[in-house]
Design a protein around this ligand. Structure first.
Ligand SMILES: *Cc1c(COP(=O)(O)O)cnc(C)c1O
Length: 365
């Protein structure tokens, strides 16, 4: 049984949940790169190994979301993201495992090799994809697409917001906090003083934050911004926090009514660079260092930027003698064998631009 349900049996009785991967994901010491940047106690939580053939942080959310879709009798799910969205891909792959048809509503983004790879993997998976080329921000495009789609089909799919950040999805990361707590108790890892994580749609961060508060576990989470303020901001974080706590309290009244502090709402903004999916020099350096020292692959949109925050802070000496945990949220399963030789021409025409246009020099990694 997952640790959240052990602690709160009523959640276990009432929340739909499907087990997609072996838990706990490993925590290991990053000895080499730790040495290179002057950190004796640097660890990684390998959430790239959730899910197969595609892991990453979204799978923890999908264990709760997709189970709910099945329980409620839906046959189709619809989700949203940018063209290379890890979330949209993880959703379609795991939806298929449960016999659900999936629809990805994708938006224009800066091109990169991983965008091509993820799109081809969606093709391999037979995902239904629509691409929205307008330059409107996420919040405008979604209702429009949603509406058009419903009218066309005449039936409503189960709606999964971008990043899977709903109270149910966020519950997956509350459980992840409980999972880490068990690993600490079993001496698999010393209690981290600091934990570095990305701030995208905010669900991953808010889930861990709620989890540590409920456990009374004193770990400072450092949320590193990887997306613009218009998407990830205090209002969004506060909303998810309240809605998730209310949701869980309404199912189990023994779930503690914890509260948010002003200092919980301050992300690290300085590693974003020009914006979402626009790689940074520091991020690319982090990717190269990780590959050379540990043989672990990071990416330019999320994990390279997050790890660049650790390198920065280590360089400034503020992590001296601290236990530091890097929570790797990036899929680490190799999808190259699935997508090799697949013709992009079989994707909807609107997506061909990602294959015909050049990848910006900075994003070639
Ligand atoms: C989606 C994603 C994140 C951000 O998670 P949120 O819950 O959306 O904040 C971080 N890293 C990777 C690799 C992701 O795909």
């Amino acid at each position: 049984m997952i640790p959240l349900f052990k602690e709160f049996p009523r959640l276990g009785e009432n929340l739909a949940y499907v087990d997609f991967f072996a838990k706990p994901t490993p925590v290991t010491r990053l000895k080499n790169i730790g040495k290179a940047i002057g950190l004796d106690n640097l660890y990684i939580k390998q959430d790239g190994l959730t899910g197969s053939p595609f892991g990453g942080n979204k799978v923890r959310k999908l264990e709760f979301i997709l189970a709910d879709a099945v329980k409620k009798g839906f046959q189709e799910v619809m989700t949203f993201g940018y063209a290379g969205s890890n979330h949209a891909l993880a959703t379609s792959i795991h939806a298929k495992k449960l016999g659900l048809h999936s629809i990805s509503m994708l938006l224009r983004q800066h091109n990169a090799q991983y965008v091509r790879n993820n799109l081809l993997m969606s093709l391999y998976n037979n995902t239904e994809i629509h691409h929205y080329t307008g330059k409107k921000i996420l919040s405008c495009a979604i209702p429009v697409q949603n509406l058009l789609h419903k009218i066309k089909r005449g039936k409503k799919p189960y709606n999964i917001p971008p990043g899977g950040s709903t109270p149910r999805g966020i519950t997956g990361f509350i459980n992840a906090a409980f999972e880490l707590n068990e690993q600490i108790k079993q001496n698999k890892i010393p209690k981290p003083d600091l934990l570095y994580i990305g701030l995208g749609t905010c669900g991953t961060y808010i889930g861990l934050l709620i989890g540590f508060k409920v456990l009374g576990l004193n770990i400072k989470i450092v949320p590193v911004r990887i997306i613009e303020h218009s998407v990830a901001n205090e209002k969004v974080m506060t909303g998810y926090f309240r809605r998730t706590v209310n949701f869980l309290c309404s199912i189990d009244n023994t779930f503690p009514r914890i509260s948010l502090l002003p200092r919980d709402l301050i992300p690290r903004d300085e590693f974003l660079g020009l914006g979402y999916a626009q790689f940074t020099r520091a991020g690319i350096k982090a990717i190269k260092m990780m590959e050379e020292n540990e043989g672990i692959k990071l990416d330019g949109t999320y994990t390279g930027k997050i790890f660049s925050a650790i390198i920065n802070d280590a360089g400034k000496g503020i992590l001296q003698d601290k236990n530091v945990l890097f929570w790797n949220t990036l899929n680490s399963r190799d999808i190259s064998t699935y997508i090799k030789g697949l013709p992009y021409q079989k994707l909807p025409k609107a997506l061909h631009c990602y294959f015909t246009e050049e990848i910006p020099p900075f994003n070639r990694l």
